[in-house]
Design a protein around this ligand. Structure first.
Ligand code: SF4
Ligand code: SF4
Length: 88
């Protein structure tokens, strides 16, 4: 599938260490209309290029993508992983 214009969910919800971007904060390179200003430039992190749109992540709507990505972020946050490993 193609990236949905006007979404930007995957540039907001996840933390991105190579950009020093915390979770749930819009990327510094994201415009007000949810476009990446460094798309195609070497400055864009490899992890951004590697993240391809998928129905699982993007869903039918921006809201669905925000919810799915938030659930993933919570599940993979360091504290959550520490708790889950302590229960193993
Ligand atoms: S969540 Fe999907 S549709 Fe939304 S910006 Fe990211 S790739 Fe595009
Ligand atoms: S660099 Fe571009 S693609 Fe990557 S999170 Fe920021 S706005 Fe999104």
């Amino acid at each position: 599938m193609d990236c949905r214009p006007g979404c930007g969910a995957c540039c907001i919800v996840p933390s991105i260490s190579s950009l020093n971007k915390p979770a749930n904060v819009p990327c510094q390179h994201l415009t007000a209309d949810y476009r990446c200003v460094i798309f195609g430039l070497p400055l864009r992190p490899a992890c951004c290029g590697g993240l391809q749109p998928s129905f699982e992540m993007c869903g039918d709507t921006r809201e669905a993508a925000l919810i799915w990505l938030t659930q993933l972020e919570v599940a993979t946050a360091p504290a959550a992983l520490a708790i889950s490993h302590s229960l193993d």
